[in-house]
Structures are given as C-alpha cells and as structure tokens.
Ligand binder design. Structure first.
Ligand code: HEC
Ligand code: HEC
Length: 287
C-alpha cells in the first residue's frame, strides 16, 4: 500500500492515481451538494409512503393519501360538464333569435359551433366556411342560396338540401340540355346572357333574354337577383357556386349538379345544431 501523498502546492491529499505524472487531488464533495443529495433521498422515502409508487406483482403501492390521477380527471370532467350543461340548457330554452342578445351565451355557442363545424362540415365547406369552388358553397360571405338569417340557416342544417329527409330543401333545376328543352346554340347564347347579367349588361330584349324570363326567372328572379325560398342562386353577381367560366355555366344549364347536403337534425342534438347555426351566421355574412 502506497502511503497517502500530500500535494505540495495545495496541501491537499492525492487519490494515489497518476497519469503521465498528472495526479488527482482528493478534495471532498461540496457540503451543499452532499446535503441536497441526502434531502432528495429523504423526500423520496416520504413520497413512497404518501403517493402511489412501486408496482407489486398484482397491483402497486397505493400510498397513504389515496391519490389517483383518474379520480381527479373524472372530477374535473364532471365539473366541466356541469358548467357546460348549464349553457346547453339555456341554448335550447330561449328562441333562436334571442341567442345573440346574450353576449356570454353567444360566445359559448360560437365556440361550440366552431368545434362542431370542424368535425361535421369542414370536409365539404372547408375550415372557416371557405367552400370549394365547383362543389360546395362558401359560407363566410353574404351571398346566400337558401337565406342567411339564423332561422334559414338552422332549417338548412337540420333538414339538409336534396337530402333523404322528408323536410329537406328541394329545388330541381331542369336539365335544359340533357332533356332537350333548349338546343346547344340556345344554351350557348344563354350562358353568354348569364355572364352579361353578372356584369350588369344583360339585354332582356334579346332572344336569350326572352328565353331567360320564360325558363329561368321563376327560380332565379326577373333580374337574376335569386329567390331564396326556391334555392335559386343569385345570377347577377360574380359570386359563383359552380364557377365563372362559360364552360361551367354551359355545363350547369345542360345538366345541373343538384348538390346534396346531408340533414344533420337526425344526427346531432338540437343544442349542437343551434351552435352551428350561430357559428355559420357569425362567419361574415349573417343576415
Ligand atoms: C357532403 C357535403 C356537405 C356537408 C358534410 C355539409 N354540407 Fe352544407 N352544403 C352542401 C352543399 C352541396 C350545399 C349547396 C346545395 C345547393 O343548394 O345546391 C350546402 C349548403 C349549405 C348551406 C346553405 C348555403 C346558402 O348559401 O344558403 C348551409 C348554411 C350549410 N350548407 C351549412 C352546413 C353545415 C353547418 C354543415 C355541418 C353541420 C354542412 N353544411 C355540412 C354540402 C355539404
Ligand atoms: C326550378 C328552379 C330552377 C330553374 C327553372 C332554373 N334554375 Fe338554375 N339553379 C337552380 C338551383 C336550385 C341551382 C343551384 C343548385 C344546384 O344545381 O346544385 C341553380 C343554379 C344555376 C346556376 C349556377 C349558379 C352558380 O352560382 O354557380 C346557373 C348558372 C343557373 N342555375 C342558370 C339557370 C338558367 C340559365 C336557367 C334557365 C335556362 C335556370 N338556371 C333555370 C334552380 C333553377
């Protein structure tokens, strides 16, 4: 055994290890470090007695406080549900028009409506109601096919459009081309007329204009202003469901798309349908 060697420069003993003449001093660990080390051991022992810790063969050490994460999660969920059901009850207790008058209720409905919209509607109408040109209408503008007040939106969501619901909104634009009501030339001229109408320069005295009043005005209005009760979209503006190209318009007149929107009344509860109505109404163009 080598006897303890004291380093001459510092007066500290060395560990006896030596690498190429470099020796290691045997300084003690700092006191604060040693204290912290023992405190953590003490705390962990106390913790084992109080809280759930080690697994045993058939279960785990439960600790004397009886703490479990599951109970506290259930408790918090229960509290959240109770707070929500108060709002949900209120949503269905008042009339649809009264909801916006109550600022807190309105906020609750909008937030709930947004969540329900992202789940049920965004697949077709896009997040935020941006729509998909050529297929699904924009819901974030003030151009409405079936009406944009709360009541009309509520009806659309509840019963759907051309859905299998008995009270679905239905309006069948005739297939003027496929059913040979108009010839290909007449449809071509009609498409030009519709485009002119969108620009405010339609000649209602032309052949196409006369044919428009005869064949189309009943659903789209004498001036192309749209008839919400019949689901006839406005044609005298530049907001299009199916596209602003002449091709898209010829296609629609020849063989209408007859877009289908499912009925959500049978799938969602009334409170959710109301939240959705409020949310859609608030997207930008509510009437
Ligand atoms: C499968 C696709 C689809 C889904 C899902 C869908 N919609 Fe629609 N929605 C449509 C189509 C297509 C139309 C336009 C039909 C038409 O009139 O030609 C429409 C029209 C509407 C309108 C009427 C717009 C207007 O201008 O009058 C509203 C409001 C509406 N949807 C809301 C919703 C809400 C809210 C949801 C979710 C609960 C939803 N939609 C889910 C396809 C869908
Ligand atoms: C019975 C009612 C009805 C009649 C009559 C009718 N339409 Fe329509 N039209 C609709 C409906 C409903 C839609 C939208 C729904 C769909 O097809 O999905 C529509 C959509 C359109 C669109 C697409 C609008 C857009 O925003 O993209 C055009 C264009 C159009 N019609 C032109 C005509 C023309 C031109 C005529 C006459 C030759 C006509 N319609 C006659 C009901 C009608």
């Amino acid at each position: 055994m080598a006897k303890t060697e004291i380093d001459a420069a510092t007066g500290v003993p060395t560990t006896g290890h030596e690498w190429d003449g470099v020796k290691e001093l045997d300084n003690p660990l700092p006191k604060w470090w040693v204290m912290t080390y023992f405190v953590t051991i003490a705390v962990s022992i106390v913790y084992v007695f109080l809280y759930p810790s080690f697994p045993t063969g058939t279960g785990y050490l439960k600790g004397s406080l009886g703490h479990t994460e599951r109970i506290s999660v259930e408790q918090r969920l229960g509290e959240a549900r109770a707070a929500q059901s108060q709002w949900l009850d209120q949503l269905t207790a008042v009339s649809l028009e009264e909801i916006p008058a109550n600022a807190e209720l309105l906020t609750f409905a909008r937030q709930g409506g947004q969540a329900a919209f992202n789940t049920n509607c965004a697949g077709c109408h896009g997040v935020g109601g941006g729509g998909q040109l050529g297929k699904y209408p924009v819901l974030a503008d003030d151009d409405w096919i079936w009406g944009g007040d709360l009541e009309a939106i509520h009806t659309t969501i509840s019963y759907g459009i051309r859905s299998d619901h008995d009270e679905a909104r239905v309006s069948e634009m005739p297939a003027f081309g496929a059913d040979e009501i108009l010839s290909a030339e007449e449809i071509d001229a009609m498409a030009d007329f519709v485009l002119a109408m969108a620009q405010g320069s339609a000649d209602f005295g032309s052949d196409a204009g006369v044919s428009y009043l005869e064949n189309c005005a009943a659903c789209h209005g004498e001036q192309g202003e749209g008839i919400a009760d019949l689901g006839g979209p406005k044609l005298n503006d530049f907001v299009w469901l199916y596209g602003d190209s002449k091709e898209a318009i010829v296609a629609q007149i020849s063989r209408p798309q007859q877009g289908v929107m499912p009925a959500f009344g049978p799938r969602l509860d009334e409170a959710t349908v109301r939240m959705l109505s409020v949310y859609v109404h608030s997207l930008g163009g509510g009437q």
